[in-house]
Ligand binder design. Structure first.
Ligand code: TXA
Ligand code: MG
Length: 337
């Protein structure tokens, strides 16, 4: 047995965490909701095997019942408690990236309730690496259905206080694991077609997946699988988000259009003509940008900006595809449009 000194600090649980995790596992067993940290974003969890517990997630989030949830498991081999006819590629990806920020979509077992899958005959499974998530799943002993712990269509929470701000006292327990390391939701890979296809980009990139598989993925447009992360608008704050080039920013600043509303600027450096009071600054390091992005979108709402111009997100980095995907969703046409 390794002694305590061999366990990395990030994996060590404080005694207070231990008690809170036990309490959380009891609440899940009693059919209640629990919010918990993962390495990607905070999840709003319920016993995946209980249709009534799962229904509470849909009610709390205001999420349409046909939008399927991800089942979180403590150990990779639990995938076949939820899925059937698991293809070799799924096992290969699980071996390479679990526990970690990857969700696999496989065919649903007929004895798994369809509520959790939004009525689909497929099921999404993920084995998270966050030590609190892992301990919670291990102690609970079953699958935990968990969407991001935000209201439907809104920005995912990356701190416990984001979850509390969103749900107030409506949740019996929010486990606090600090700021999520990745900050963007997991990569989703659909394994139910002829070739695996990415439905949602994340920290596990196309290159990572193809290296592990030894062959290329299908283009995501070839998958007919529905996914709310693929709606034109999602992950959106209240303010209007717009992506602008540096040229567009210059035009905006010289045209005086900004006088029309309270405009904020999400930048990775100071630009001489920008009012510092209107600036939200993230570092240009792609990992840190991803980690801070959702908090920045929330800050834009807190500062009551009506518009948020996103100027210079990091490009050319493996995480850029996921960052740009979320920015485009945040900037997409609203359902009310
Ligand atoms: O990082 C994450 O994946 C986080 C943390 C909490 O694990 N969870 C998360 O869940 O982002 P949610 O519900 O916010 O997003 C799950 C996405 C949705 O876009 C949903 O449509 C898709 O997964 N999904 C789930 N089951 C599916 C299925 N059977 N077929 C296609 N898409 C599915
Ligand atoms: Mg979500």
């Amino acid at each position: 047995m390794p002694n305590d000194l061999t366990i990395p600090t990030a994996c060590r649980l404080l005694p207070s965490d231990e008690q809170a995790i036990d309490r959380a596992a009891q609440l899940l067993a009693a059919g209640e909701l629990v919010a918990f940290p993962t390495e990607t974003v905070y999840g709003l969890g319920a016993d995946a095997a209980s249709p009534t517990a799962v229904a509470k997630i849909f009610a709390a989030k205001g999420r349409p019942a046909d939008h399927p949830l991800i089942v979180h498991v403590a150990f990779p081999d639990e995938i076949d408690r939820w899925g059937r006819a698991i293809p070799p590629a799924a096992w290969d990806l699980a071996a390479a990236f679990w526990p970690g920020p990857l969700t696999l979509i496989v065919r649903r077992r007929s004895d798994v309730n369809s509520t959790v899958a939004g009525g689909l005959d497929t099921i999404a499974v993920r084995c998270p690496s966050h030590p609190i998530a892992h301990e919670l799943l291990r102690r609970f002993g079953g699958g935990v259905a968990a969407p991001s712990a935000n209201k439907f269509g809104k920005v995912s929470p990356t701190t416990a206080s984001h979850v509390v701000a969103e749900f107030g006292d409506a949740l019996p327990l929010v486990l606090d694991g600090g700021t999520c390391e990745v900050g963007l939701e997991s990569t989703i890979v659909d394994l139910t077609g002829e070739k695996p296809a990415i439905l949602r980009p994340g920290a596990i990139t196309v290159m990572d997946l193809e290296a592990a598989l030894g062959f290329t993925l299908a283009g995501s447009e070839t998958s007919s699988t529905p996914c709310s992360g693929r709606l034109a608008s999602h992950y959106a704050p209240l303010c209007r988000v717009q992506m602008v080039t540096l040229e567009g920013l210059r035009d905006e600043l010289t045209s005086g259009v900004r006088q029309l509303g309270r405009t904020g600027y999400l930048v990775t450096q100071q630009y001489p003509d920008l009012d510092p009071a209107a600036v939200i600054c993230l570092t240009s390091d792609a990992s840190l940008y991803a980690r801070g992005l959702y908090a920045a979108l929330r800050e834009a709402d807190q500062r009551q900006f009506e518009r948020l111009l996103v100027v210079d997100p990091p490009t050319g980095h493996p995480l850029s595809a996921a960052i740009l995907d979320r920015l485009q969703k945040a900037a997409g046409p609203r359902n009310s449009d």
